[in-house]
Design a protein around this ligand. Structure first.
Ligand code: P6P
Length: 340
């Protein structure tokens, strides 16, 4: 028997308020689905799930076999509680409607990226599941019910399938991390009250896009690269895992800043608005980061205050140690005021 508190026990002790019963039931299903996804990933190539499919998802990305497997697990498991009235998956264009028989208790919306960073699966680098829970005004949620700003989230979390499987979540009262004991098939509290260091010397960004960034981001990175001889008067380290869940988890544990900024690359002739999706990547991670004392911005706006206009809209992302995000926001506002 572990000396740690199980997630089941933790949730019983800590969930309070109007959503306590429903969140406990919904999170039980989320936990169950993340355990199943962890097993599917652990089997790796042995289960023959490593390959890519012919299909593409709504993002126009080639789907991995595990993308579809994780998506199917998440959708199936998260209808059991009866509290989920509608879902949105990164892998599926339209709102996922729930059968009447599966939504008897209440109205919540579950948004998720079932396997974030899945291009890393074949090379055995950490991937994750990201989820967000919103309250719906009715049992048959409409598009308007889905398009709520991130400040409306009542719960957000991620599973990280890394050197150990972890579940990290917030319900608005701080951030707690749980590690999966595979022998007991249970998550145990190992990272209580996670806090992001205000200052850092580590940044995470895909440097190959440098020439496409706007000036404030180029300036910020230039200063990091100039190190102790430059304006920052300290050396920086860089990481890039190409898996948002792994980057954000590292930042929760040891500080840092994660950036996927807007760039001038065009896609199908349209200017980019960044790569990461607002509803099921940026918003849940921003909720977690802020609850851990960090900050999350588009450069111009607090991410949680972005008013969504489309289910799969993308948004520029800068999140992590508050002093670094504040610096980037200041650089963006200076650029904006110098242009006005
Ligand atoms: P790039 C994974 O595809 C993802 O959505 C995030 O998890 C990750 O941070 C980013 O894209 C990686 O993007 O351009 O480095 O492949």
């Amino acid at each position: 028997m572990s000396k740690h508190t199980s997630i089941t026990e933790f949730l019983k002790q800590h969930l309070q308020g109007e959503h306590a019963i429903s969140l406990n039931a919904m999170l039980s299903d989320v936990i169950d689905s993340c355990k199943k996804i962890a097993v599917a990933i652990d089997k790796g190539a042995i289960a023959g799930n490593m390959g890519s499919l012919v299909s593409e998802n709504v993002q126009g990305e080639v789907q991995k076999a595990l993308d579809v497997i994780a998506d199917e697990i998440f959708i199936t498991c998260n209808q059991q509680s009866g509290y989920v009235a509608g879902m949105l998956s990164e892998e599926i264009d339209d709102i996922i409607e729930i059968a009447e028989t599966h939504k008897k208790n209440g109205q919540y919306i579950l948004l998720f990226d079932p396997l974030d960073g899945s291009s890393n699966v074949n090379v055995n680098i950490s991937v994750g599941t990201i989820f967000s829970i919103l309250k719906s005004t009715n049992k048959n949620p409409t598009l308007a019910d889905f398009l709520q700003p991130g400040t409306s989230q009542i719960c957000a979390g991620y599973a990280l399938y890394g050197t150990s499987a972890m579940l990290v979540l917030t319900t608005g009262n701080g951030v707690n991390g749980f590690t999966l004991d595979t022998d007991a098939n249970e998550f145990y509290l190992t990272h209580p009250n996670m806090q992001i260091a205000v200052n850092t010397q580590e940044f995470a960004i895909n440097m190959s896009n440098y020439r496409f960034w706007h000036e404030p981001v180029q300036r910020y990175i230039d200063e990091c690269l100039q190190g102790a001889e430059g304006d920052r008067k300290k050396d920086f380290n860089m990481r890039w895992v190409a898996s948002m869940v792994a980057e954000v988890h590292r930042i929760l544990v040891r500080g840092g800043i994660f950036m996927y900024p807007i760039d001038t690359k065009t896609k199908n002739g349209q200017p980019s608005s960044g790569k990461l999706r607002l509803m099921y990547e940026a918003n849940p991670m921003s909720f977690i980061v802020e609850q851990a004392g960090g900050a999350a911005s588009t450069g111009l706006l607090r991410i949680l205050e972005v008013q969504p206009s489309a289910l799969h809209q993308r948004v520029p992302v800068m999140m992590g140690s508050k002093s670094e995000v504040d610096r980037l926001v200041a650089y963006h506002s200076r650029t904006r005021s110098s242009k006005s």
